[in-house]
Design a protein around this ligand. Structure first.
Ligand code: GLU
Length: 413
């Protein structure tokens, strides 16, 4: 997976012409640690869980990225996700590098006390790295809310002082930021609004969403309020479908009560969600769901990637051939890390901002970043994914070259 996704960087580099040394720096993660976490289960047994943290690059600042708890977590995926964080923080111009961590575990099979022990054990295992100036974790899949609260408390206990800026996505009471819980969905919506004309998504354009977690729900509600029609959504247990447009308020209540969007309305098989006929497809669940075979079957005109890495690198050319424009993850889902940055700044300064200030700063950053990606797409006459990589690569190149280039050392200019 890590090798495959680097293809996108190579493609962008081939368009703009990047020195091979710079590519060599970005090709390899800076540091990857794999550990076994022996966790005591409620029945007294010990389960050694596989856990990882990959810090891909710190050329633009301390490494930043979430921690996910999911059975499919493995070292290759961590390296790929860390690489994407490096690209994402560069696209939205945050003073960070990229990292990602995770534990291979199914949180649905854990009791609350077991989940707490896994969360605290993770922090103990990676405590060397976790620091506001070195590596700043955040939530990712199945690590929201109380998991981050336990982690925040554990790092403070280990380092013998509160360290609020060392982890973001904290509950408000522990130094979190207003707007962080809705930031990914808000950011995706702001990005889409800035692209709606280019994408030709007028009033009544239809939307299908795979994965109906927090980010997708926030996005769906804002998209519907802005005139788009959400016709299908799915999660790991079911799907809801209504060609006339779903009643999102009622659907939200149904999901809260039953834990799934299934059995709400319509008889869509969740496996068919991705190939549902719609104007805009929003993958908001796992990576790799749109591979070359699925790409051939899609019936949408555009894709907005709220998930990290939902489209495999070998499907990119099929989307281009079929005229399906993809708004890439490294732009579309950057709202989360953008507000994590605001949280970090507030923690470091001790000056906490009201919700409208967060909203203003998030909107400004997402709009400016989307426009910068559009400008690259026009300059290089290329798609939005290549354009986002070109933008990120340019910023990373500038940082790497600031300590000297081959030309400089050869005294050529
Ligand atoms: N896990 C989120 C992401 O993939 C947020 C990372 C962060 O806030 O540092 O972008």
């Amino acid at each position: 997976m890590f090798n495959a996704i680097k293809e996108r960087l190579e493609r962008a580099a081939a368009i703009v012409g990047v020195h091979p040394d710079v590519m060599e720096v970005l090709r390899w993660p800076k540091e990857t640690l794999a550990v076994s976490l022996p966790v005591r289960m409620d029945d007294g047994s010990i389960r050694p869980l596989k856990a990882f943290r990959c810090r891909h690059s710190e050329v633009r600042g301390p490494t930043k990225g979430g921690i996910r708890f999911h059975p499919s977590v493995n070292i290759d995926e961590m390296m790929a996700l860390a690489f994407w964080m490096t690209m994402k923080t560069a696209v939205v111009d945050l003073p960070y590098g990229g990292a990602k961590g995770g534990v291979a575990v199914d949180t649905k099979a854990l009791s609350p006390t077991e989940l707490e022990r896994v969360s605290r054990a993770y922090v103990r295992a990676f405590a060397e790295m976790i620091d506001e100036h070195r590596d700043i974790p955040a939530p990712d899949m199945y690590t929201g809310g109380i998991v981050i609260a336990w982690m925040t408390e554990e790092i403070a206990t280990l380092k013998r002082r509160p360290m609020p800026a060392a982890i973001t996505g904290k509950p408000l009471q522990l130094g979190g930021s207003l707007g962080r819980d809705t930031a990914t969905g808000d950011g995706a919506f702001i990005c889409l609004e800035a692209l709606r004309e280019r994408l030709g998504l007028g009033d009544g354009a239809t939307v299908a969403i795979q994965g109906y977690g927090n980010a997708a729900r926030v996005f769906a509600e804002r998209a519907a309020a802005a005139g788009l029609k959400v016709i299908a959504v799915s999660d790991s247990s079911g799907a809801a479908h209504d060609p006339a447009g779903l009643d999102l308020a009622a659907l939200g209540r149904h999901k809260d009560e039953t834990g799934t969007v299934g059995s709400f309305t319509g008889d869509l098989d969740p496996d068919d969600l991705l190939t549902t006929k719609c104007d805009l497809l929003v993958p908001a669940a796992l990576d790799g769901v749109i591979d070359a075979a699925v790409a051939c079957e899609l019936q949408c005109r555009t894709i907005l990637e709220i998930a990290n890495g939902p489209v495999t690198a070998d499907a990119d050319s099929i989307l281009v051939e079929r005229g399906i424009e993809a708004v890439p993850d490294i732009l579309a889902n950057a709202g989360g890390v953008a507000v994590s940055y605001l949280e970090w700044v507030q923690n470091k300064t001790g000056d906490y901002w009201p919700a409208d200030e967060i909203e203003r700063r998030l909107s400004q950053r997402m709009q400016a970043s989307t426009e910068a990606v559009l400008a690259k797409a026009e300059t290089y006459d290329t798609n939005l994914r290549n354009a986002a990589y070109i933008l990120a690569l340019g910023r990373l190149c500038d940082a790497i070259s600031a300590t000297g280039t081959q030309t400089y050392y050869n005294g050529e200019s």
